[in-house]
Write a protein that binds this ligand. Sequence first.
Ligand code: UDP
Length: 336
Amino acid sequence: MSTSKPNPLTYLITGGAGFIGSHVVDALLAAGQRVLVIDNLSTGRLANIAHQLDHPAFHFARADITDGIVMDRLASDADIIIHLAAAVGVKLIVEHPVHTIETNVMGTEAVLQTALRYNCRVLLASTSEVYGKGSKIPFSEEDDVLLGATSKSRWSYAASKMVDEFLAFAYQREFGLQVVPLRLFNTVGPRQTGRYGMVVPQFVRQAIRGEPITVYGDGSQTRCFCHVQDVTRAIIGLAQHPDALGQVYNIGSTEEITIGELAERVKTITHSQSPIITIPYAEAYAPGFEDMQRRVPDTSRIQTLLGWQPRYSLDEILRAVMEYEQNRLKEITGGE
Ligand code: UDP
C-alpha cells in the first residue's frame, strides 16, 4: 500500500455496517474513493457490506470505536471520518439508557480525539431528536431547543447527541478540528431494521405478513421520511464541500405525513389485509413516554450550500422498503 496521501480520498466510516453507513460505503466506493469501516456489529449487520468485502479499495475492521488501537490505525490512514456509530432507535434507547448515553458521548469523544491526532475532517451524525418538544415548524439549525424532564429517558438520546455537537464545536474552537455536525431526520429505506422500533420497516413488515399494523398513540403525530440514498448524497456532498465546515445541517424530507396516514399508505401499497390498530404509548414504550407531535426540517441551509433536495417521494420509498422486506422474507422462508 502506498504511504503517500492517496488521491482519491480515504474515508473512515464509523458504523459503516449499519443502515445509513452501508449506503454511504456503497456510494463512496462507486465514486472511486477508498473506504475504511469500523463497526462492532451491535446493531449493524455484516450482510449490509458483504458485497464489498473483496473490493480492493475497502477495508472492514470489526471493533468498537472506543478501541483506541484500532481507531488510531484506521484514522492514521484517513482524510475524512464520517461518524455514524451510535445507539439508535427509540425502543433501544428507552430499554438501554446507560448504553445509549455511554456509546454516544464516550464514543464520539474517542472519535474526535483520534481525528485531532491525524487532522481528519469529521462529519458527525446528530439527530432531529435534538429539537425535542419544540413546537416551531419547521425546525431550523439555530432554533432554541426544548427537551423533556431528565426523569424521561427518551430525552437522554437528544441530550447525548447535543453533548456530541457541543464537543465537536469545542474541538473546532479550541484545537482547530474541522467538524460538520449533521441533524438527520427520519431516514428510511432498504436495510433499515424494524428491530429497534423504526416505524416504516415495522409497518411494512407487519403489512406483508398480514399482522396488525401498530399505530402508537392516536396516529395524529407527523414525521417526514427521507430515502437513505438522498441522505447519503447529502452527507457526501457536505463531506466534500470546503464551505460546509463549522455549521450544523438538517438533512431530511419536508413531505409531512401523520403516522395514521402512513399506516393506510403502507396497507395500500402492499395490498395488505392487515387491520390497523392503535396502542397507547405507555404500552408501546414505557409509562410517561413523551412523543414528538410534529417534526419537519428547514433544509434551506443545505439547499443553499449544495442545491440538495430529496429526489424520492414517500411512495417510492415505501415501494423500495416493500421489495427489500419481501426479499428478506423469501430468504427466511427458503425462497417460495
Ligand atoms: N410508531 C408507531 N408504530 C410503530 C413504531 C413507531 O406508531 O410500530 C410511531 C412512533 O411512536 C413515532 C413515529 O412512529 O411517533 C416514528 O417512530 P420512529 O421510532 O420510526 O422514529 P422517531 O421519529 O420516533 O425517532
